[in-house]
Design a protein around this ligand. Structure first.
Ligand SMILES: *[C@@H]1O[C@H](CO)[C@@H](O)[C@H](O)[C@H]1NC(C)=O
Ligand SMILES: *[C@@H]1O[C@H](CO)[C@@H](O)[C@H](O)[C@H]1NC(C)=O
Ligand SMILES: *[C@@H]1O[C@H](CO)[C@@H](O)[C@H](O)[C@H]1NC(C)=O
Ligand SMILES: *[C@@H]1O[C@H](CO)[C@@H](O)[C@H](O)[C@H]1NC(C)=O
Ligand SMILES: *[C@@H]1O[C@H](CO)[C@@H](O)[C@H](O)[C@H]1NC(C)=O
Ligand SMILES: *[C@@H]1O[C@H](CO)[C@@H](O)[C@H](O)[C@H]1NC(C)=O
Ligand SMILES: *[C@@H]1O[C@H](CO)[C@@H](O)[C@H](O)[C@H]1NC(C)=O
Length: 362
């Protein structure tokens, strides 16, 4: 995932541990840390443990179950890149202090519903890249109230339990990207700073297929083949920033998105790479006096603009429509008449104009 490199530093900051997994593999005599190479032959099941940092690193050890003979006060357990297929109710009972659990790149297909219950302090859980992942139907994170980062990316998951976020009061990051989700019902949910649902199979942002009531800073729905949108579903979101695009949208979908935004409290809308060509007349009319203050409309192959096209964007402070096809000499100052709140306008990387064309008004 492109985001992984960003996420791991965040995790580390989040857990307030200055862990360095590389150091686990250091076996030089200079090391002051009490390393215990549990197994001399690395092709066997031995994990590297740093007892002082309470870390156990078991990446790529050919494991098919969670090892049961590590230090019982382990807080950081890395099981990535193995062949673990099941997480049992008993799998983590011996490690009740785990805060960070990395099971990425395995083949977890079955999780017993109480598997994570012993881990009351779990803050970071990475189950990404388990290509046949199936979560228990209910209650999986009932005891995981400390969970802050949940990574379920790229696991071909077709459905999420409706109550998956019910017991987590404040998630920092939920990565649900690049799965096969076509239906979302997260009606029971606390706060979640960022929820990433890019690259799923969401066709319908309608009441039947999409319920999302988490209080969220950023909801990223890009790279979903959205075919129908109910404006009231957009209006019901408790979201500050909404991101859409990466698929060709019909005019009706675009119009319903704009209508939904106009009825919502959404502050930032990013719609990119969904090809609008030209804005239909009156396209932005519903946004007159809406709460939207940042609008990013990048990569949409805009070819022409009507006079006064933006005049109803009265509250937008920051407006970007970069990376389009717009001949810059056709951009007339009166296009922006009525944009009384405008502070930043970015129109760089259009057809004629290139380079640094970010300019400031007022
Ligand atoms: C832990 O168990 C595995 C086999 O499951 C074994 O290979 C490894 O040596 C054991 N480590 C210790 C410290 O007993
Ligand atoms: C993983 O386990 C499955 C059976 O559980 C086996 O068929 C497969 O060869 C194993 N893969 C590796 C890399 O050990
Ligand atoms: C795992 O725990 C759940 C919840 O307590 C229980 O319903 C289930 O029967 C347990 N599974 C097994 C195999 O013990
Ligand atoms: C989207 O809604 C249409 C019309 O109700 C339905 O036929 C289709 O199966 C839905 N698509 C998905 C992926 O749920
Ligand atoms: C969403 O889930 C809740 C709780 O499980 C349920 O009451 C509600 O009917 C569901 N909504 C949809 C649209 O399936
Ligand atoms: C924009 O136009 C180019 C060809 O000029 C095309 O390859 C690209 O797919 C279009 N973008 C969208 C989002 O339709
Ligand atoms: C949108 O802007 C046009 C042109 O300034 C204006 O005539 C029209 O009344 C505006 N629409 C709304 C809904 O404010």
């Amino acid at each position: 995932m492109a985001n992984r490199s960003i996420l791991y530093p965040l995790l580390v900051a989040c857990l307030l541990v200055s862990s360095s997994f590389q150091s686990l593999h250091r076996h030089d005599g200079d090391s002051a840390m009490p390393f215990l190479p549990l197994d001399v032959d690395k092709s066997f099941h031995g994990c590297d443990q740093n007892l002082e940092l309470k870390e156990a690193a078991c990446s790529d050890k050919g494991l098919d179950t969670v090892p049961q003979n590590l230090s019982e006060d382990t807080e950081i357990l890395v099981l990535s890149d193995n062949n673990i297929t099941k997480l049992l109710n008993s799998s983590f009972e011996v490690y009740p202090l785990i805060k960070s659990l990395d099971i990425t790149l395995n083949d977890v297909r079955a999780i017993e519903s109480a598997a994570f219950y012993p881990l009351m302090g779990l803050m970071y859980l990475d189950l990404s890249f388990n290509p046949r992942l199936v979560l228990p139907a209910t209650g999986v994170f009932m005891m995981s109230s400390q969970l802050s980062i949940l990574d379920l990316a790229a696991s071909y998951t077709t459905s999420l339990p409706n109550d998956i976020l019910k017991w987590i009061p404040h998630l920092y990051y939920a990565d649900l990207s690049f799965n096969q989700l076509s239906f979302i019902n997260l009606s029971s949910c606390g706060m979640a700073d960022t929820v990433d649902m890019r690259g799923n199979q969401l066709h319908n942002l309608t009441a039947k297929d999409f319920t999302f009531l988490c209080h969220t800073d950023t909801l990223d729905l890009r790279f979903n083949p959205i075919k129908s949108v109910d404006p009231d579903v957009i209006a019901s979101l408790h979201v500050r920033s909404l991101m859409l695009g990466g698929y060709r949208f019909s005019d009706e979908v675009l119009a319903n998105i704009i209508l939904g935004i106009s009825k919502s409290d959404i502050k930032l809308l990013k719609i990119e790479y969904c090809s609008v060509g030209a804005f239909p007349k009156g396209f932005f009319d519903p946004l007159s006096d809406s709460s939207l203050s940042v609008l990013e409309f990048n990569g949409n192959n805009l070819t022409s603009l009507h006079p006064l096209v933006f005049s109803n964007l009265t509250k937008v402070r920051n407006f970007r429509f970069s990376d389009n096809k717009l001949p810059i000499d056709e951009v007339q100052p009166d296009f922006f008449d009525g944009m009384n709140a405008l502070k930043v306008l970015a129109i760089n990387d259009n057809k004629v104009y290139s380079g640094n064309s970010l300019f400031y008004k007022s």
